[in-house]
Design a protein around this ligand. Structure first.
Ligand code: TPP
Length: 631
């Protein structure tokens, strides 16, 4: 890896000294560094390659110690990290204790919000601009949001655009249009943006534009002149973006997002326009690295490279099958069995391994784009009409749709099934993606059945069970390899746990995939002469109170184990049941996620740190044997 310029950059102000050819060289070096990173570990890749020039042009054109910048979602933040003093730590990206793969205000003053969920940038940017106008009037700060065309159709973006006109004079929304979400973008907005790309300013029908520009006198302020030119172009029907114009934005573009010189020129121009501006920038996802340009879906966040040579690259293959695989296989089976079953995803077809289903059942597969709230309400409508929709969604993103889960689904008691992937610690993605709050927000909803498979074999059985119900069900499972626990498997029945072994000294009640760790812990304890039972809880709601109360009565102690926030989680449900039955809740201990945000790191590292690995579970039980659990 050859980097000559990049190591000399300690902050964005250093960029000012470079000529255009030097900035272009720097862009090449930044891409090299990104390729080197992805050779070492899995990380977001193609989106970062696509915004290198835009990032450089932005930092050359604004002073973001003063002006405000938000990268929507934040997965494309790597080039920004490289030029904001974090090149020396870049090799630590996404490792525990190292740089986060998303913006992080603890790392840099140039990261304003810790984000990872799409769509909020325009709103937060508007708020910043509004606050600055109150508190720092006259300082003339600019507020810039960069948002991808995948995130752009999120409902909240339109709520912000609708609200922008009155908020600030110096608002710039940069629409980074690479025609991709993770998968190819979908929907009416995608078609609209495609039409805007036909604009002669972008397609190179320069003669037409030149004719118009020729007519415009060259005297006067350059910004004024530019606007007159645009107006003339619009008159000639050569300009699009009228939808944004009608909402009060000055629409400019589309322009080439890989041309640093051109970007700087436009950024300078738009920074002088009063009122909200939408600058439409066209980029290529994966730009500058051919395999990523050719397959931006795979290279959105590819696995680590195994080999990279003249013949191309090979990506590391995982030898284990994850819960996600078992989930998509089970969904496909159910769709084959029953023509009423549909599957809905909010732009996570690839992450949820639904490509096969999209191909096999194009008419029963629905990608709504990054619109979780809409997805859930849409599913409710389908269910009301008599279909059996499955919403396949990451736990952390379902948070976006809580109100629809409440009103359109639970309140109507409609049979919508939620397959909640990444429920638990999401590993290197970190606090924005850990799906640890779902038990807290699901448990409170009447009518909703909540399940957590203990192993890979539970998962299809739970899905089949859910699809037989007349009300809503949620099934939560982590981003982890799914083992198959060798046992005489009990059928899935409403509110019934599965007792795998019983022990007089204590009982581990596992909620979900930590079951296999509980079994190993029990084995170790047995070798020490401590007899501990293991229960596969299966249901969080309704809870198997019969088995749990029996364990509290018969076993020395009960330890609940969950990969979810302890506040309002499975262990809390157990404590409530024990207290409600008038039993001694002091015999119960809970292992789970404490009341703080958990940093990024490998899932196993994080589990160990939180005492949720085998050693931690053994430790917890040992501490309870013979001791009064109350003390
Ligand atoms: C609320 C929410 N839903 C889903 C995701 C998962 N996700 C991360 S990036 C991405 C695609 C974003 O596309 P775009 O904004 O166009 O950026 P690009 O990667 O194309 O640069 C998706 C769906 C997310 N981060 N947040």
């Amino acid at each position: 890896m050859t980097t000559q310029i990049l190591p000399s950059i300690t902050g964005p102000e250093d960029l000012q000294q470079f000529s255009l050819p030097q900035l272009e060289q720097l862009a090449g070096e930044m891409r090299e560094v990104l390729c080197h990173l992805i050779a070492c570990r899995s990380a977001h890749f193609a989106s970062n390659l696509g915004v290198v020039e835009l990032c450089l042009a932005l930092h050359c054109s604004f002073d973001f110690r003063h002006d405000r910048l938000i990268w929507d979602t934040g997965h494309q933040i790597y080039p920004h990290k490289l030029v904001t003093g974090r090149f020396p730590l870049f090799h630590t990206m996404r490792t525990k204790g190292g740089l986060m793969g998303y913006p992080n205000p603890d790392e840099s003053e140039f990261d304003l919000f810790m984000t990872g969920h799409a769509g909020a940038s325009v709103s937060t940017m508007l708020g910043l601009a509004s606050g600055d106008e109150f508190l720092r009037p006259g300082e003339g700060r600019h507020a810039v949001a960069v948002i991808g065309d995948g995130a752009f159709p999120s409902g909240v973006v339109f709520e912000a655009l609708n609200n922008a006109r009155r908020q600030s004079d110096r608002l710039l929304v940069i629409l980074n249009d690479n025609q991709m979400s993770i998968c190819p973008r979908v929907g009416g907005m995608a078609d609209y943006l495609d039409r805007l790309r036909l604009n002669p300013m972008y397609t190179g029908l320069k003669d037409e534009v030149a004719k118009i520009l020729h007519k415009v006198p060259l005297l006067g302020d350059p910004t004024e002149r530019f606007l007159v030119q645009l107006k003339e172009a619009a008159k000639a029907g050569l300009r699009g973006g009228m939808m944004f114009e009608d909402m009060g934005f000055r629409y400019i573009g589309p322009i080439d997002g890989h041309n640093i010189g051109l970007l700087r020129k436009y950024l300078k121009m738009v920074s002088r326009i009063k009122g909200p501006v939408l600058l439409h920038v066209v980029t290529e996802k994966g730009h500058g690295f051919q395999p990523a340009e050719e397959d931006p879906v795979l290279f959105h966040a590819p696995p680590q490279f195994e080999r990279r040579d003249a013949a191309g690259i090979t990506l590391k293959k995982s030898s284990t099958r994850a819960f996600t695989h078992f989930a998509s296989a089970a969904i496909a089976d159910e769709m084959r069995r029953d023509p009423h079953v549909t599957v809905l995803t909010a732009a996570m077809c690839q992450g949820n391994k639904l490509e096969g289903i999209r191909h096999e059942f194009p008419d029963r597969f629905f990608d709504t784009g990054i619109c979780e709230a809409h997805t859930v309400a849409f599913a409710a409508g389908q269910a009301k009409a008599g279909m059996k929709p499955i919403v396949d969604i990451y736990s952390t993103f379902l948070q976006r749709a809580f109100d629809h889960l409440f009103q359109e689904v639970a309140l109507q008691n409609l049979p919508v099934t939620f397959m909640m992937d990444r429920s638990g610690l999401a590993g290197p993605d970190g606090p924005t993606h850990h799906g640890v709050f779902d038990l807290g927000y699901l448990r409170v909803l009447p009518n909703l059945v909540v399940m957590a498979p203990g192993d890979a074999r539970d998962l299809p059985a739970m899905l089949a069970f859910a699809l037989r119900q007349e009300g809503p069900c949620a099934i939560r499972y982590p981003k982890a390899a799914a083992v198959e626990i060798d046992r005489e498997i009990a059928p899935v029945e409403l509110g019934c746990s599965e007792i795998l072994q019983w022990g007089a000294d204590g009982c581990l009640v596992a909620c979900g995939a930590l079951l296999s760790r509980c079994l190993k812990a029990a084995e170790q304890l047995r070798e020490e002469g401590i007899e501990v039972g293991v229960v596969n809880a299966r249901f969080v709601k309704p809870l198997d109170t019969g088995t749990i109360l029996r364990a509290v009565r018969e076993c020395g102690f009960v330890v609940t184990v969950e990969e979810a926030s302890l506040a309002g989680g499975f262990g809390s449900a157990v404590l409530e049941a024990v207290a409600d039955a008038g039993l001694d809740a002091g015999r119960v201990r809970r292992l789970g996620i404490p009341d703080r945000f958990i940093e990024h790191g490998e899932r196993d590292e994080l589990l160990a740190e939180l005492g949720l690995d085998v050693a931690g579970i053994v430790r917890a039980c040992r501490g309870l044997v013979g001791a009064s659990v109350k003390s």
